[in-house]
Design a protein around this ligand. Structure first.
Ligand SMILES: [Fe+2]
Length: 204
């Protein structure tokens, strides 16, 4: 098999009460796994079998004939990234370069939280809210369905999955409450700091 489902970086119950073990059991064990399994079937015997997820995403995102490969590769990447965006005891305040960049580019933590929540709650239907590093600056963006900043040359710093499968068992239709819990109790600023450091290094 070309691609494998990575293990969650914490036990299934680690994010309770904000995300239940049941949600992670389905979201990781069924949804994420299904993207991995489907991708493996789609790339079987094709050049993409030898490529990294990032290479597949970049190579297929403008090619309608490869839409299914793009969607599944992007969803595998997005979910693997998303698990690491959360941690038990997350949601405290960013420090160091992350704090500086949020203050400078987004007007401070409160404004970031407001903008991120707005992006997450106004994404119509399924999709993702992101904090990205783009041309030397932090930006909050939203993407529909499987679309990922990896395709467009932006560096993802953090994301929140706003597909219904991410929150429906715990929050039913209350997406804003899920996003608020993500910001207040789950967001892993250490992971954001690591991603920003890598992005800044690459940008020189
Ligand atoms: Fe998801």
């Amino acid at each position: 098999m070309a691609f494998e489902l990575p293990a969650l970086p914490y036990p299934q119950n680690a994010l309770e009460p904000f995300i239940s073990a049941k949600t992670l059991e389905f979201h990781h064990g069924k949804h994420h796994k299904a993207y991995v399994d489907t991708l493996n079937k789609l790339v079987d015997g094709k050049p993409e079998e030898q490529m990294s997820l990032e290479e597949i995403i970049v190579a297929t995102h403008h090619d309608d004939s490869k839409n299914a490969i793009f969607n599944n590769a992007a969803q595998v990447w997005n979910h693997t990234f998303f698990w690491n965006c959360m941690a038990k005891g997350g949601g405290s305040e960013p420090k160091g370069d992350v704090k500086k960049a949020i203050d400078h580019d987004l007007g401070g933590l409160d404004k970031f939280a407001k903008e991120f929540k707005e992006a997450a709650t106004t994404q119509f239907g399924s999709g993702w809210a992101w904090l990205v590093f783009d041309a030397g600056k932090l930006k909050v963006i939203k993407t529909p369905n499987a679309v990922t900043p990896v395709a467009g040359g932006q560096t993802a710093l953090v994301t929140c999955d706003v597909w219904e499968h991410a929150y429906y068992l715990d929050y039913q239709n209350r997406r804003p409450d899920f996003v608020q819990a993500f910001l207040d109790h789950l967001i892993n600023w250490d992971f954001v700091a690591k991603n920003l450091a890598t992005a800044m290094e690459k940008a020189g």
